[in-house]
Ligand binder design. Structure first.
Ligand code: SAM
Ligand code: SF4
Length: 450
């Protein structure tokens, strides 16, 4: 494959981005180079998302232009990976016969084998339930400092709106030793920050055998954090996404005690209304959600808390929507990723008769977004005058005089570059707050407030 180039476009969540990095790594070990333009690449791969309909439709419009290219250039290899591939399977091959390979997310680590089959002249469909091979590939990571590390694939929950279990399959946890080995090799390459990834990270280990003498599961996220914490060279550890049903006090305690674990928690609440949470089959109520936030804040008062929320879930009344607004107002999140409910195939709620009209969903989304932004600005004010530890990730693309990085609480922060290096941690005194970013001046590290 010398002189062959590839182009990957990734849609959707961090999990997809991590899968794309591994697939890029596989392509490079096969001899492909990253192309400079999609229109010239020899292999085009779309790693797709089906969480909402608009994400799915985008893929079809991208595919249309590649199908035209393929008709003119039969040597082009055209691949659809990820969640649309899994959801649509053979239907996708029928709809876009120019495709060479349709592969679900569980097959990401098998890309080389699948491409070899394509090389033998086959059109390949890989969407069967698959035990995910241990990641023996070398991911080609976007960042040279911050890396995602998958620790659990799939999801066994059955939230009534969500397509993820249908497309990503059963939970499969990686063994702690394999995770630690990957993190050690990242540290050896100079990585400073890792984010452990799982659709429901709190489920980590529940499919692994072992019970402790005290009668609890041997492998949990808390135990994993302890297991990897002393990897030399890694300075920051994050994890996502947390599920309020399974988030434990023991985990909060570990986060407070383990110095590398950053004070940022992404805990989606989805709705501020107990009845809707029940209809969503989320398995907690708002009382429990509040207690989690209180426990986090009592142990880590400066922690950032972010979340996901859906508006316009079937049956959501105006009063129930107001409960979501009230929760956002009360908690003062640093960030909330919001979405209008989108009916998805193979999910129960899609077939319910009490769907909320589109115009109402849009109006609610706008109202919620305005509140989220206002609250993010307000919660950002707590940073004013504080000294924050910033891990420098690069130069501000909009102002080359400035460096940018993130606080431990994950706020993007800009400051004047005065000889500081990418990869170093710098103490920055915060002087200005925007809704989702900060700026300030570098100061001596001793000024950091613990
Ligand atoms: N596992 C995480 C959890 O339990 O919160 C989130 C995974 S999902 C990839 C990311 C977000 O997409 C969800 O938190 C939810 O807010 C949103 N989402 C999922 N299905 C949706 C749907 N049918 N319509 C709108 N938003 C949806
Ligand atoms: Fe989807 Fe629920 Fe699983 Fe999250 S926990 S991925 S929302 S089914």
């Amino acid at each position: 494959m010398a002189d062959h180039t590839y182009w990957i476009t990734t849609f959707g969540c961090q999990m997809n981005k991590a899968d794309s990095e591994r697939m890029a790594g596989i392509l490079e070990t096969m001899g492909y180079r990253q192309g400079v333009a999609e229109a010239e690449a020899d292999l085009v791969l779309y790693n797709t998302c089906t969480i909402r309909d608009n994400a799915e439709q985008k893929v079809y419009s991208y595919l249309g232009r590649q199908a035209i290219r393929k008709r003119q250039n039969p040597n082009l290899t055209l691949v659809v990976a990820g969640c649309v591939a899994q959801q649509e399977g053979a239907a996708l091959l029928r709809r876009v016969p120019e495709l060479d390979l349709v592969m679900g997310p569980q097959h990401a680590n098998r890309l080389e084998t699948l491409l070899n089959q394509v090389g033998n002249g086959q059109q390949v469909l890989a969407t069967d339930e698959n035990h995910i091979l241990e990641d023996i590939t070398t991911a080609r990571r976007e960042s040279e400092l911050c890396a995602w590390v998958n620790v659990i694939y799939g999801c066994n929950e059955r939230c009534t709106y969500c397509v993820v279990p249908a497309v990503r399959g059963q939970e499969q946890s990686r063994l702690p030793a394999a995770i630690r080995t990957e993190i050690e090799s990242l540290a050896a390459k100079g990585y400073k920050e890792i984010t452990l990834l799982g659709q429901n990270i709190d489920a980590y280990g529940r499919d692994l055998p072992g019970i402790t003498p005290e009668g609890r599961r041997q492998h949990t996220l808390t135990d994993l954090l302890h297991h990897i914490h002393d990897v030399e060279g890694i300075e920051r550890i994050r994890f996502a996404t947390s599920h309020p049903r399974y988030f434990t006090e023991r985990l909060i305690e570990a986060c407070a005690n383990l110095s590398k674990v950053c004070e940022h928690f992404h805990v989606p609440f989805q709705s501020g209304d107990d009845e809707l949470l029940k209809a969503m089959a989320r398995g907690y109520n708002i009382g429990r959600y509040r207690r989690i936030v209180e426990q986090i804040r009592s142990r880590m008062p400066h922690a950032a808390i972010s979340a996901d929320a859906i508006v316009g879930f079937p049956g959501e009344s105006n009063a129930q929507f107001r409960n979501t607004l009230a929760l956002v107002d009360e908690i003062g999140f640093d960030l909330v990723n919001t979405a209008a409910y989108s009916p998805r195939p193979h999910t129960p709620a899609a077939n319910w008769p009490n769907q909320v009209p589109e115009a109402e969903k849009v109006a609610r989304l706008q109202e919620l977004n305005a509140l989220v932004e206002k609250k993010a600005r307000q919660s950002g004010e707590r940073y004013l005058g504080r000294c924050e530890e910033v891990l420098v990730e690069g130069i501000n693309p909009k102002n080359p005089q400035q460096l940018m990085g993130r606080t431990r609480t994950n706020r993007l922060t800009f400051f004047e570059a005065r000889g500081h290096q990418v990869g170093s941690t710098v103490a920055v005194k915060i002087e200005a707050v925007r809704p989702f970013s900060l700026s300030g001046s570098a100061i001596a590290k001793a000024a950091l407030v613990p």
